[in-house]
Design a protein around this ligand. Sequence first.
Ligand code: ADP
Ligand code: MG
Length: 217
Amino acid sequence: MPTDAVVRDQTVIAWLTAAEAAVSDRADYLTQLDAAIGDGDHGINMTRGFAAVGKALAGQGDQIPPGRALILAGKTLVSTVGGASGPLWGSALRAAGRSLGDAESFDGEQLADALDAALNAVVDLGAAAPGDKTMVDALGPATEALRARLSNGGSLAEAVDAAAEAAEQGALATVPMQARKGRASYLGERSIGHQDPGATSAALIVRALQQAVAAEG
Ligand code: ADP
Ligand code: MG
């Protein structure tokens, strides 16, 4: 096992469980953000989706490798979330899971590859560029920060902390942006001055990863 390896039953399940708790705790806030520039369902969408992920994983016992857990989570999100975030997060988690494959454990570089695969899947499906005021504006900086910290010799714990910090900064940085993708783009300039709900939930999900790694480390 590589040094700094993280093992599925401690980390990926802990991540998805922490993500479920985070989006449910902040559901009202996410919905308020979406009410300002969308249709006010983002908190509900994410809460419903991640609750279904929790149920699906609970039905799998302990023997599922991390990549498979992520693929199952992704499929579950696609089938339970009606809004744009369902297919986007579903594709993201499936791509991350495919990237990890059937290995029982993975190291920081493999986690960085998995998060890059997740980001690429979101971009392939939704065609958002950086600055379009979407979840890409949180996930992009997160994957960059993760890889940068690892290549500077940082530990996995430090790298996921840097990723979570970058995602939070990225979500805040969406406030002055004009939305160019998704429902908020219909508002044109009126989307300026509001934080993007999808970038905000993405930051919660990356923070959940940091918490899972810290707790299991
Ligand atoms: P809907 O807009 O269908 O109601 P949600 O409210 O669940 O779906 O999710 C809205 C979020 O989805 C936005 O805040 C944005 O971050 C993200 N989003 C929407 N369209 C795209 C896209 N094409 N690419 C990336 N993210 C997108
Ligand atoms: Mg919405």
